[in-house]
Design a protein around this ligand. Sequence first.
Ligand SMILES: [Cu+2]
Length: 81
Amino acid sequence: MKANTLVTGLCVGLLSTSAFAFHCPADMKKIDEALAANPQLSQQQLAQVKQYRIDGEVHHKAGKHQESIDTLAKAMKILGI
Ligand SMILES: [Cu+2]
């Protein structure tokens, strides 16, 4: 029973990690698509979005998926997506 609980916990941990790993590229894709669609943003907002997009990718590649998602979320908020 104890071993089962441990295995279940381990699986949930692995699943959430891979869900995060998948989440960032999906967010980056949404941002890229929004940027390609000529968003109505100021130069400053556009620069911020691009910076967050780059930072998000860096965090993602470093395995810091939660930070990546948080950073990409800021870009998406500016874009209104
Ligand atoms: Cu990631």
